[in-house]
Design a protein around this ligand. Structure first.
Ligand code: GLU
Length: 372
């Protein structure tokens, strides 16, 4: 198998995501059945001087097993089970690996807030410097419903960006992305390489793949899109196949490789595009649309037509052209929503009279704006 497989891009630091279907294969309790090969891969890679961050699911499954599979489909019940099962999940890894393992729990808020994002980055960097294996999971027991990442595929992509990994590996129980659903189409072929993740690629994803994990192929593609946009090649491979893990260890691609885009977005633009939640919407006129899109200008009060939402200065908002259904930009506003309603459509010279003080010249500064 190995010789015929395409080469893996060279890597020194990788994020390895292990899905629920590997750590809790029957959907009930944690099992080491599929983890031994993965643990060996991690150990060997570390011995070669590589750095790894593990993103592991399984907290909810472990908690559920500890209580004898209670019926827990409501969110608070799942959050409680995650709190119960999380230490057990880390313990399973610590037992399999002859390496110090650290627990890192991240919530979407931690990625959204720039200071916490930078703090998490520093902690992870320090753990890697110390030779420790960070075992990351979503902080399920505190995450608020609408601010949950919800699936560890997307979490792994955020972590890959956070630690500036040169490879993201999503291990699951599928061999990669296929040109048709391999469960229902016998002749389906695995796609070896994907250069651009466009709508046609997403159309191949179908629905969720397993009853245990929250992710299916779709969340894997979302994760690959996030990581590749930051210059991180992403591999989807089958963690149940010993041959796939061996191939990986020999620098081969045993699944589907998503190539990194040639010109990755800057770290800040990427963070704004993917991690920042918006608290409002602005509608701008045709002149402002052109200025933002084509001239790289800042957004001025004069170009704003309408304000929607109750945001504060420092929050992120989406920017729409008049009549458009989709935003064309996202940015951090310098005005509270109420103040902005008072000055919209007005020139900078009118601001002091309208506000009673010299307000900011720009509604969104160019440096705080990202085109979508
Ligand atoms: N964070 C969840 C857990 O540890 C899993 C989410 C997922 O499988 O994508 O149970």
């Amino acid at each position: 198998m190995n010789a015929s497989l395409p080469p893996l891009p060279p890597w020194r630091r990788a994020v390895l995501k292990v899905g629920s279907n590997l750590i809790a294969p029957e959907g009930r309790r944690l099992s080491t059945r599929h983890l031994l090969g993965i643990a060996r891969f991690i150990t060997d890679a570390k011995a070669e001087g590589r750095e790894l961050v593990l993103v592991s699911s399984g907290a909810v499954a472990a908690g559920r097993a500890l209580l004898g599979n209670p019926d827990a489909s409501a969110l608070p019940a799942k959050q409680a089970l995650a709190a119960l099962g999380q230490p057990r999940m880390v313990e399973v890894w610590a037992r399999l690996l002859d390496l110090p393992c650290a627990q890192v729990l991240l919530a979407f808020d931690d990625l959204q807030n720039r200071r916490r994002f930078v703090n998490a980055k520093n902690t992870l960097r320090e753990l890697l410097r110390l030779g420790v294996l960070p075992v990351v999971n979503e902080n399920d027991s505190v995450a608020i419903d609408e601010l949950r990442l919800g699936d560890n595929d997307n979490l792994a992509a955020h972590v890959a960006v956070l630690v500036e990994a040169d490879l993201l590996v999503l291990l699951s129980d599928v061999d990669g992305l296929f040109d048709a659903d391999p469960r229902s189409t016998p002749g389906a072929n695995r796609i070896e390489r994907v250069a651009v993740i466009d709508d046609a690629v997403f159309a191949l994803a179908g629905g969720a793949g397993s009853a245990v994990g929250t992710g299916g192929m779709r969340t894997k593609l979302e994760a690959a899109a996030k990581a590749t946009a930051r210059g991180i090649p992403t591999l989807i491979a089958n963690g149940r196949e010993a041959a796939a893990l061996e191939a990986l260890a020999r620098g081969r691609c045993p699944g589907t490789l998503f190539e990194a885009t040639a010109s990755p977005a800057s770290a800040k633009a990427h963070w704004m595009r993917h991690a920042l939640a918006c608290r409002g919407r602005l509608q701008v006129d045709a002149g402002a649309l052109r200025a933002l899109r084509e001239r790289g200008a800042s957004l001025l009060p004069a170009g704003v037509r309408a304000v929607d939402g109750a945001f504060h200065a420092g929050d992120a908002v989406e920017v729409f052209a008049e009549g458009a259904a989709q935003p064309f930009a996202k940015g951090i506003v310098q005005y509270d929503a109420g103040e902005l309603r008072r000055v919209l459509g007005r020139s900078s010279a009118e601001l002091p009279a309208l506000l009673g003080y010299q307000g900011p010249d720009t509604v969104i500064h160019r440096d705080d704006l990202v085109l979508l």
